[in-house]
Design a binder for this molecule. Structure first.
Ligand code: RM4
Ligand code: MN
Ligand code: MN
Length: 431
């Protein structure tokens, strides 16, 4: 099948040519800095190039809060247009080869055709996401009081059936995993018996698990609050890992960075989940207060680095076997979503590259001898290095743009789409 990428290849070449000498110069400078530390830059770049992130189909449209949504001219209005934008992102940054779909938001009527079209655009499909946190127009029973943990068996069955339908669609698209996040919980003390809610959730989750193909995984995503504000059924990583263990080996935990209380040590959660073989995937974003879904690394790039420090440690122990599913789960309310996703992919790539530059044998010696300050400074030294030339060089060598956002603007993509795509509505709503 002939691949037809959305942007003109010449445009990227024309964009790169004048920028290459500066990049080579900066890469050479970093190479010398790393050499002095006994680290070969090409090895770091080789590993940096293996990072793969999924774009959320819902993230390429302009997001909103519960107060308002401010539409943007030229934003995508349907699955086809969303895939076009995801393909543009991949063409420019080369580390987002897959798209994660949310059903029924982006449910394809002809999944086989959508799969084929995506392949011609140079992209594939990652985990599919079920949605039982909203009622759909044609739905028989309401999720007002919960879905997989609802008190009524008929509502639970409907929610289970939806998840099984997501698996069916995902198979046709070439996906290999299902992410289950539910908004189930309570707003009042006494509203539900907390233990019983979890029992009901588990029974439903078992039914979904039983429908998983052998080579599929089921990701359990926890979140501490919202939309339920008193208690949430799958509120934390502890509940998540217990559920994943109850279900079996194909069930794994998914960590969304924004789904914890502000001061929680997420890197430690990553290390814990990995130790018990249950780290399945990530939703990258940043947050200041709650599930803010801000751009990755925009508030706390150091936390992102510390998370990658654990992920790189895990990858070194496990080798190829360690392959969590990475996705950006963000809501872009005031920026062009393509630009935000390009900026976020770069921030994640940089955090990863910085973690790859940690001198792990020296770090381990300092840890072993309890030289606290030098252990800290070894880690900090890698964080303080400018990893951008590594990420940019890997991107350039893979056919992407040296400055992806600059190239996107030069392409005039959004302006052209504003002339052909229909206008979107203002309806508010958290996504
Ligand atoms: C949730 C959670 C899910 C995402 C929805 C839209 O807070 O992060 O992963 O699918 O939002
Ligand atoms: Mn998420
Ligand atoms: Mn979220």
């Amino acid at each position: 099948m002939a691949v037809k990428l959305p942007l003109d290849e010449d445009l990227i070449a024309r964009h790169n040519a004048p920028r290459l000498p500066a990049l080579q110069d900066e890469y050479a400078g970093l190479s010398r800095a790393l050499e002095r530390r006994g680290i070969a830059i090409d090895a770091v770049k080789g590993r940096a190039a293996t990072l793969q992130l999924a774009c959320p189909s819902w993230g390429v449209g302009v997001g909103g809060t519960r107060f308002a949504r401010f539409p943007m001219a030229g934003e995508p209005t349907n699955l086809e247009e969303k895939l076009d934008d995801c393909a543009v992102i991949q063409q420019l940054c080369r580390i987002t080869p897959r798209v994660s779909l949310h059903f029924p938001w982006d449910q394809p009527s002809d999944p086989a055709a959508v799969r084929e079209r995506a392949a011609t655009l140079g992209i594939g499909f990652d985990a599919v996401n079920s949605n039982t946190f909203q009622d759909q127009a044609d739905q028989e029973r309401s999720y007002r009081y919960g879905s997989l943990s609802h008190t009524a068996a008929a509502v639970r069955s409907q929610a289970v059936a939806h998840n099984i339908e997501c698996i069916r669609l995902g198979r046709l698209l070439g996906s290999k995993s299902l992410t289950v996040w539910v908004g189930d919980g309570t707003n009042f003390a006494g509203q539900q018996q907390l233990g019983d809610s979890l029992d009901r959730y588990l029974e439903s989750a078992h039914a979904i698990y039983a429908a998983l193909p052998d080579d599929w995984k089921m990701f359990i995503e926890h979140k501490l609050y919202e939309p339920a504000f008193y208690s949430t059924v799958i509120s934390d990583w502890g509940t998540s890992i217990l559920v994943a263990k109850e279900l079996g080996p194909k069930a794994l935990c998914l960590v969304d960075l924004g789904h914890h209380a502000p001061s929680v040590n997420i890197e430690q959660i990553v290390a814990r989940l990995h130790r018990f073989g249950k780290l399945g995937g990530f939703h990258f974003n940043d947050s200041k207060y709650g599930d803010d879904d801000l751009d990755s690394g925009s508030i706390n790039p150091h936390q992102l680095f510390l998370v990658f420090n654990e992920l790189v440690t895990a990858a070194l122990r496990e080798g190829e076997a360690f392959s969590p599913s990475y996705m950006m789960d963000q809501s872009h309310n005031v920026t062009d979503p393509v630009e935000s996703l390009l900026s976020s992919a770069e921030a994640i790539g940089i955090a990863h590259a910085r973690a790859l530059m940690v001198d792990r044998s020296i770090l381990s010696d300092y840890q072993q001898s309890n030289d606290v300050l030098m252990a800290f400074r070894t880690l900090r030294d890698a964080y303080d290095l400018d990893a951008r030339p590594i990420v940019a060089m890997a991107r350039y060598e893979a056919g992407g743009a040296i400055d992806p956002i600059g190239a996107f603007r030069e392409s005039g993509w959004r302006v052209a789409k504003a002339a052909t795509r229909r206008a979107t509505g203002r309806s508010a709503g958290i996504v």
